[in-house]
Design a protein around this ligand. Structure first.
Ligand SMILES: [Zn+2]
Length: 214
């Protein structure tokens, strides 16, 4: 008997194929012959509610995506190891020569919540270790917090951690070079999945500003 989830995937795949393979000069005919040349690298959370392709209505070939717990960018490390996120960033910047890097954060991020409620995750496990990248954001939020309300602290930390990731991006030598030589843009964007709003980090005011979409 066929797995129910696989069956659902096959139905979805049929719809996808009708949309992108039906015409003679389809998107995939072009992408298969010329390869991919996305303009943007998107670093997003693994959360099932924040798929960048769905959020931004992109087509195949439009964005190169790295997804991980809490959309974090680790600082540059030269030690030998399995640096999966750094490898994807390197490929996008050095090989694909993307013009923008977007760090996309979101409301109700479980990874960020684990910083404030560590009892919800395995102590000393992969998630806890990974989330130490955002420790600096948590400390900054707590230092200026006017409330102890966890929801509010999480919301602020979800945004603050985007700023840490933008800072960490600049620690990669090939990113510094790309900023200098070809004006690579680094952008921080936050999606509030509770009210459907999008905001962007503004360097000058060091704050997130709502993006008007209508
Ligand atoms: Zn998340």
């Amino acid at each position: 008997m066929i797995n129910k989830e696989l069956l659902r995937m096959v139905v979805g795949f049929r719809r996808f194929r009708e949309r992108f393979f039906a015409e003679e000069n389809s998107v995939y005919t072009r992408l298969a012959s010329s390869g991919q040349s996305p303009k943007t690298l998107m670093i997003a959370c693994s959360d099932s509610r924040v798929d960048p392709a769905i959020l931004f209505s992109t087509s195949p070939g439009d964005i190169f995506v790295v997804r991980n717990v809490a959309n974090l960018v680790p600082p540059f490390e030269s030690s030998i190891g399995f640096h999966g996120v750094s490898a994807a960033i390197e490929f996008a910047v050095v090989n694909l020569q993307v013009e923008n890097i977007v760090v996309l954060g979101h409301r109700q991020c479980g990874g960020i919540r684990s910083l404030f409620q560590p009892e919800n995750i395995k102590a000393g496990g992969f998630v806890a270790q990974w989330m130490t990248i955002a420790d600096e954001a948590k400390k900054a939020v707590l230092a200026t917090a006017k409330t102890q309300d966890v929801d509010t602290l999480c919301r602020e930390c979800e945004r603050a951690s985007i700023v840490i990731s933008l800072k960490n991006l600049r620690s990669f030598p090939f990113i510094e070079t790309a900023i200098r030589d070809r004006n690579l843009q680094l952008l921080g964007v936050y999606f509030d999945l509770e009210d459907g709003h999008l905001s962007a980090y503004d360097n000058a005011s060091d704050s997130f500003q709502d993006i008007q979409v209508t």
